[in-house]
Each structure stands twice: as C-alpha cells, then as structure tokens.
Design a protein around this ligand. Sequence first.
Ligand SMILES: Nc1ncnc2c1ncn2[C@@H]1O[C@H](COP(=O)(O)OP(=O)(O)O)[C@@H](O)[C@H]1O
Ligand SMILES: [Mg+2]
Length: 279
Amino acid sequence: MPQMQPKAPGLPGVRHIIAVSSGKGGVGKSTVSANLACALAAAGKRVGLMDADIMGPNMPIMMGVTEEPKIQKTPTGGEEFIPPTAQGVKVMSMGFLVEPDQPVVWRGPMLHNLLTQFAKNVNWGELDYLVIDFPPGTGDVQISLSQLLPITGAVMVTTPQEVAMQDVRRAWRMWSQVRVPVMGVVENMSYFICAHGEKYEIFGKGGGEILKTKFSTELLARVPIEIAVREGGDLGRPVVVAKPESESARAFTELAQKVMAGAEQLASAQPATVEIGKF
Ligand SMILES: Nc1ncnc2c1ncn2[C@@H]1O[C@H](COP(=O)(O)OP(=O)(O)O)[C@@H](O)[C@H]1O
Ligand SMILES: [Mg+2]
C-alpha cells in the first residue's frame, strides 16, 4: 500500500466526502451511514449517500428507495447515473447494478473499473455532503475509492466489544496509510434502556472511551440499542426520520453536528497539519 499518494481530484459540485467504515460487519455501519445522511439532510444540507458495500448493498432497503437510478447521456457522449432521492437524500447503491441474490465476486481490475464508474459516472448535482457506506474491513474498495475520490474524513463505527475494537484498529491503520484522516468513533449498540428507564451496558462499557485515550480521537456518539433503529432499517425509514425524538435519533443528530464541524475544520486545515491518527 502506498504511504503517500496525491490527493484525488474532486467530484464537481461535492463539498465534503465522509467515509463510514468499520473493521467488521454487523456493527451497524450501514445503519449509521443512513441515519447520518438523514440527520445531515434534516440540518438543511444537500446530501448524497453512496452504498459501496459490494458484498451486501442494503442502502436501497434501509433508505426506502423505490426507483432505480436513471441513465442519461453526458455532453461528451458518455453515460451517467442520476441517483434517485429518498428521505431527502440522493442514493446510489451497488445494489442497483447487481441482481438481488446474485453472488458478486469482484476482483482486481474488474473491481477497480466498477468502482471507477461508480465514483465518476454518477451525477450528484450540488452536494454539501456525500456519505459513503464502505464494506467492512480493509480491502480493495477502500484503497480504490480513496484513490478515486478526495475523502474528507472517515467515521469509524464500533461496538463496545474488544474484538470489534481489534478490527477497528486495523481499519484505522488502513485509512492512515491512504492519507484519510479519521474524524472519530461512533460506538453503536452501546447500551439498552429498558421500559422502566434503567440503562444496561450490555457489551460492557467504554470501548469508544478506550479508543479515545489510545488514539487521541473523539468519541463522536454513543448510539443505544433500540428496536426503532432496527425497524427503521427494515422498513426503509431511518430512525432519525421515523422517530426523531428517540434517544438513538438524538445520538445520530449529535453525530451529524460533529461531522459538520469536523469536516469544516479539515477542509480549512493545511494537509500537513492534519493529524492522521496515532498508533
Ligand atoms: N443501535 C441499534 N439498535 C438496534 N438495532 C441496530 C442498531 N444498529 C444496527 N442495528 C441492526 O443491526 C443489524 C446490522 O446493522 P447494519 O447497519 O446492517 O450493520 P453493518 O452495515 O455494519 O453490517 C441491522 O439489522 C440493524 O438494523
Ligand atoms: Mg452494511
């Protein structure tokens, strides 16, 4: 992997690109991506959501997308995708390009070509934020897209368990190698509040806090386990939209505030002064 690489050329009209990443699957990365996008839109921002999880693209379902992207000719004779809008967010997913239930095996140059198309041939229009839901781990998609797109910063999603944290550490290192600053950590499924209002720390406490101490990074949000979060994903109405008063929606809204502040800070910082992360 290259230690240094030139910054990728910008996407015309797109101001900030936020990577949502995790070391492993099932920690709620897509849930965080969808709700972050909706919370940014609720804050009045123009938002796009790119589902780059080739192996398990689930953004069309989670966001309740009902249309396919349109394909139109470009002035130069090529073709481009116009993403459909759901919940006020423009959504483009690998899921639109592959058949449901079709096993997708993308390797090397084939994968890179597909990602190049995906990165360059979508007409997002004017966006304040493009949120990218990455596949779990530290593979080719992360490396290719970080070379194709100028990613402002990465948000790491973890659960409080130690195993997930080992994985998140690897992902952290990978972002550092491709020169993408990590904005901070979202600790998902942090706790559960029972009907009587008692708080249970199911997986133990403070994974995000440990990362904060070890990596000197910010804990951006702690999102509780709530039935409404899972339902929101299954029904295509993220909890930020369906139940904005819930504890989890409030956590996602706080996350969006911190992402906006962090992105502005990174955009105005000289590249040399941006701290990439500590190991
Ligand atoms: N905070 C939460 N509370 C309840 N269910 C959640 C929460 N976060 C995620 N889930 C559920 O856990 C499952 C995995 O989440 P998902 O976002 O698909 O993970 P990933 O993208 O990391 O694989 C989904 O069914 C989702 O609805
Ligand atoms: Mg996912």
